[in-house]
Design a protein around this ligand. Structure first.
Ligand code: CA
Length: 224
């Protein structure tokens, strides 16, 4: 399990990371919302632990934005704010659970297990970019209801870009999504997938653009 811990207090973060490591949980630590955005863009997490008062902003605003991008990664809010209003606000904007500091690590672990046991969200997960609709449940790309027939690797590239739309996805992340360890990756294979995708999306009038940043990665966004 890979967990993103968004927490600015170093002692709290260290104590939690140490405790979670003992349960074989990989912990990515983000001391600010800026780090958290970066971490989310770089890899997928099974769960996010989110402090609310962070040096560069409010965790609830961050969570609202995250849910707005249709990211359904489970989020447990960790905060010193314990009022009913804060709890309700947190749950309303898409937190899966709420834990008031101070708490015992055992309780946190129990809540992580509970959140992970919940069935996947039943709402249809469709991401939209331009006229493109991408179903994250069954990995289908459609334009005005018409299925775009794409080979598996192009679908995986497209899904990875769409999940992070508007943000740059590193080449290494895209390659990781598309290839397994025993695949031999040609250095320009990713670029070939992208150029075929671009052509097909353009032919289908998807009104999206896949923008490349040389040597860094790609991002997808609505065409201007
Ligand atoms: Ca804090």
């Amino acid at each position: 399990m890979r967990l993103l811990l968004v927490e600015d207090e170093p002692q709290m973060a260290d104590a939690l990371a140490t405790a979670l490591h003992r349960f074989d949980i990989i912990v990515d630590h983000a001391p600010t919302l800026a780090y958290a955005r970066e971490a989310i863009a770089q890899s997928l997490h099974d769960i996010i632990l989110l402090d609310l008062q962070l040096p560069d902003g409010d965790g609830l605003a961050f969570l609202t934005h995250l849910r707005g991008t249709r990211d359904t990664t489970p989020v447990i809010v960790l905060t010193a704010r314990g009022s009913i209003e804060d709890r309700v606000n947190g749950l309303d904007v898409g937190a899966d659970d709420y834990l008031t500091k101070p708490f015992a690590v055992e309780e946190l672990l129990a809540r992580i297990r509970a959140v992970m046991r919940r069935p996947a969200k039943v709402v249809p997960m469709v991401a939209r970019v331009g006229r493109l609709e991408f179903s994250l449940d069954n990995r289908e790309a459609r334009i005005d209801g018409t299925l775009l027939d794409l080979p598996r690797r192009e679908l995986l590239v497209l899904e990875t870009l769409v999940r992070r739309q508007g943000r740059t996805v590193l080449r290494s992340v895209l390659e990781e999504a598309v290839y397994t360890f025993d695949d031999e990756i040609q250095s320009n294979a990713l670029d070939s997938h992208i150029s075929r995708l671009r052509r097909k999306l353009m032919d289908a009038e998807a009104e999206v653009e896949i923008h490349g940043i040389r040597g860094v990665g790609y991002l997808i966004r609505p065409a201007l």
